[in-house]
Design a protein around this ligand. Structure first.
Ligand code: HAM
Length: 414
């Protein structure tokens, strides 16, 4: 779990603003959700036999002996909120949220125990038009952020029917090579064989590579949906690769799944990932509602932004007020509030804690301010302030206090 320090926060804010703007430009509306949910919401949505639910959740009993969990992802809570607030009754919803998520993972570069996700979900849409929109929206974000080194992988997990048949094929295959499976996979063989395909164990990769692939077992509906998506991506000029091994680590998916991957961040290359979850609303107690969405790791997005040469300058003060002497400080206190009122959008920093003229000017310089406003006993007696440009060759001048806001405002371009 990391602290995000001021110089990093500036880049986060820049990146987040672009993401927010693009998401909203497609008509998605913000929703803010609790960090805690009942544990069963995640267990039922993500699946009992998944890494997240089996090993990674921060769960605890509250004072009422109810098991609560700090959200490991956003989709389950979004669906729960849609159901409990009646947002899905004969309505379609395009929603987004952002915030911290928690997974007890082995920390490494790009993989943290508290991380942040933008989460975008569309409920009530059958697709594949919305599938394509959600993916194209990402491509627009990458472009706006000036990001390269991202590639798109897509796959289909088929309809539940197809998936059932494919599951059967998988069990048959993995049972025949059971002696080569690791402990986790043997346990998953009966309960959740698709998860075996998601194994990170290097010793398992050979067996997995030879397993049957879903894409060869698709029914007509799944094929039509997948073809529809591919054709819209092609129309939008968004290149993709079909990766038949892409199964995702959560159980709620069907049909479309996708990941945006980068090679710029080492082994944690998935920046944004998602897919369709047509059965989830019903599974959590709502009316059957088709749905699709994605989540993007903000740490990874910021990492990629920096790897591509991006960095936000931290914006310092615009005006720094230097005040030497008691009556000058009293005057400066009033002047500072007045400048904040009358030069909107500018940062006005008042020297606090006293100090000599020289040390206050040094602080003014370090603050990044374009101008120092200087108030000494003499200036105050004359109802004036000194205006000292700190970054340009302009001359220092004296300005009447009642003209100060106007004079500095104009010079700052307000
Ligand atoms: P996910 O693949 O588990 O999917 O996570 C989505 C993204 O969150 C990842 O691609 C990665 O960028 C980021 N992420 C995940 N775990 C970590 C971590 N420990 N540290 C840093 N970043 C991480 C989901 O969460 C689904 N809810 C996505 C979704 C939305 N599907 C449908 N709607």
């Amino acid at each position: 779990m990391n602290d995000i320090l001021p110089e990093e926060a500036a880049t986060w804010r820049l990146v987040e603003n672009v993401v927010r703007e693009v998401i909203e430009s497609y008509g998605y509306r913000e929703i803010r959700l609790p960090i805690l949910e009942r544990t069963e919401v995640f267990a039922r949505a993500i699946g009992e036999v998944t890494d997240i639910v089996e090993k990674e959740m921060y769960s605890f009993m509250d004072r009422n002996d109810e098991s609560l969990t700090m959200r490991p992802e956003g989709t389950a809570g979004m669906v729960r909120a849609g159901i409990t607030n009646g947002l899905l009754h004969n309505q379609r919803q395009k929603l987004w949220t952002v915030g911290p998520m928690f997974r007890y993972e082995k920390p490494q570069k790009g993989r943290y125990r508290q991380f942040h996700q933008f989460d975008v979900e569309a409920m009530g849409y059958e697709g594949p038009d919305i599938d394509a929109e959600l993916i194209i929206l990402c491509a627009r974000m990458w472009e706006k952020l000036g990001l390269g080194r991202l590639s798109l992988e897509i796959n289909t997990l088929g309809t539940p029917d197809t998936r059932g048949k494919y599951r059967h094929e998988l069990v048959k295959y993995f049972s025949a090579v059971k002696s080569q499976l690791d402990e986790d996979s043997i346990r998953r063989l009966e309960k959740n064989p698709l998860r075996i395909l998601d194994s990170k164990n290097p010793d398992m990769q050979g067996v997995i590579a030879a397993a049957p692939v879903m894409i060869e077992h698709l029914d007509a509906k799944s094929t039509a949906h997948f073809d529809g998506l591919k054709s819209l991506l092609e129309k939008a000029d968004v290149p993709y690769t079909v990766n038949p091994r892409l199964v995702r680590g959560l159980d709620y998916y069907n049909l479309t799944v996708f990941e945006w991957i980068t090679d710029a961040l080492g082994s944690q290359g998935a920046v944004c990932a998602g897919g369709r979850y047509d059965g989830l609303v019903e599974k959590l107690g709502g009316k059957a509602t088709p749905a699709i969405g994605w989540a993007m790791g903000v740490e990874r997005l910021v990492g990629l932004y920096e790897a591509c040469g991006g960095k936000a300058g931290e914006q310092g003060a615009d005006i720094y007020i230097v005040a030497v002497g008691d009556s000058a400080f009293d005057c400066a206190f009033v002047v500072a509030e007045d400048l904040r009122d009358r030069i909107p959008g500018r940062k006005v920093e008042l020297n606090l804690g006293g100090g000599s003229f020289k040390s206050q000017l040094r602080r003014a310089d370090r603050s990044g301010a374009a101008y120092a406003v200087i108030l000494g006993e003499e200036e105050v007696a004359r109802n004036e302030a000194g205006l000292k440009p700190l970054r340009s060759g302009e001359q220092q001048l004296n300005v009447a206090l009642d003209k100060l806001a106007e004079t500095v405002g104009t010079r700052l371009g307000n």
